[in-house]
Design a protein around this ligand. Structure first.
Ligand code: GLU
Length: 318
């Protein structure tokens, strides 16, 4: 019997243009995949309602192609897969693994987004756990449809991370019950990612370590959905930060690829910088395809990479 090929995904969220930090993670993912002969699916994570910016999906695809990255399947848009998420939500409801929650909208929205807060989100205190017999009871009390939270069971989860090594976490104590669907029925990031990764046969997930805490949550969801055999291999890479040590963002100035592109910086120049940030010597210009054989995951820096003035000078050729 032939085994299905190993498969990974590039999964941009169209919440803004790609910046150097995202681009570095995508390049690492692509190099690892192309070196090992894995299939690559391009998935646009566009269910995060209010944060989605129109045109950002096209821009992300264009930026990735411009850099010289490609993929074997997609783009697949999460918004075209709502039926699959609904089935998973219904199954979790049926199995009583989730419960209605009417806690403040802001808290639910925060929890429903890819958890990008730098300090991580607060542990949900369990206010609504065991509080309502039915969804209708919860809706009656709050006057609107409730969100759904996954009831995290006690005990440790061991996360095998191919980059960081194995670590253990006690999700009930450290992370708490998390939202899997908003009141309007929109699936939350954690649920959509697990449903998609399982359905698409994703075997290897490489992403920024801002999503480190998502791994144990997602493992719990795989198991709850009877998909424990499909838990992927995880690789969480440290992020690119600004000179102040905080995650690269607008406050550090414009580090979007589009910005450098507009200033005449070549894709090769950017790839050379990203490659350097991945522990490779890539000269002044490089194409992703030329780096495939040289990429070495064990040479990727173990700590954050700083986008500083010398990186900016390198890009602008000054
Ligand atoms: N779409 C997420 C992001 O851009 C990545 C999610 C994931 O890799 O699990 O941060």
């Amino acid at each position: 019997m032939t085994r299905p090929p190993r498969t990974t995904r590039l999964a941009p969220s169209p919440t803004g243009a790609l910046h150097l930090g995202n681009a570095r993670t995508f390049l690492a993912n692509w190099l690892l995949a192309r070196q090992a002969g894995w299939r690559i699916v391009l998935r646009i994570e566009d269910i995060d309602g209010p944060r989605i910016k129109s045109g950002a999906a096209d821009q992300a695809l264009d930026d990735l192609r411009w850099l010289g990255l490609d993929w074997d399947e997609g783009p697949v848009f999460q918004t075209s897969r709502l039926r699959l998420y609904r089935q998973a939500i219904d199954r979790l409801l049926r199995d009583k693994l989730v419960y209605p929650c009417i806690c403040s909208r802001r808290e639910v929205e925060l929890a429903a987004s890819a958890p990008h807060a730098e300090d991580g989100s607060a542990v949900y205190p369990g206010t609504c756990r065991g509080r309502f017999a039915t969804l209708e009871d919860a809706a009656r009390l709050s006057g609107r449809p409730p969100a759904l939270r996954f009831a995290v069971g006690p005990g440790p989860v061991a996360v095998h991370d191919e980059f960081r090594g194995t670590w253990s976490c006690d999700p009930a104590r450290e992370l708490g019950d998390f939202v899997i669907a908003k009141g309007d029925g929109t699936p939350a990031y954690q649920l959509a990612v697990v449903v998609d990764d399982a359905d698409m046969g994703i075997t290897d997930v490489l992403r920024g370590d801002d999503l480190l805490d998502s791994a144990p949550r997602q493992m719990l969801l795989y198991r709850a959905l009877g998909l424990g055999q499909r838990i992927p291999r995880y690789y969480h890479l440290p992020l690119v930060v600004g000179p102040d040590g905080r995650r690269l963002a607008k406050r550090h100035g414009d580090t979007r690829l589009a910005h450098y592109r507009g200033r005449g910086v070549s894709a090769g120049r950017i790839v050379a910088l990203l490659a350097r940030w991945l522990g490779m010597e890539a000269g002044e210009e490089a194409a992703p395809a030329d780096l495939i054989q040289r990429f070495d995951l064990s040479a990727v820096p173990r700590s954050v990479v700083v986008m500083d003035a010398s990186a900016e000078r390198f890009l602008l050729g000054r």
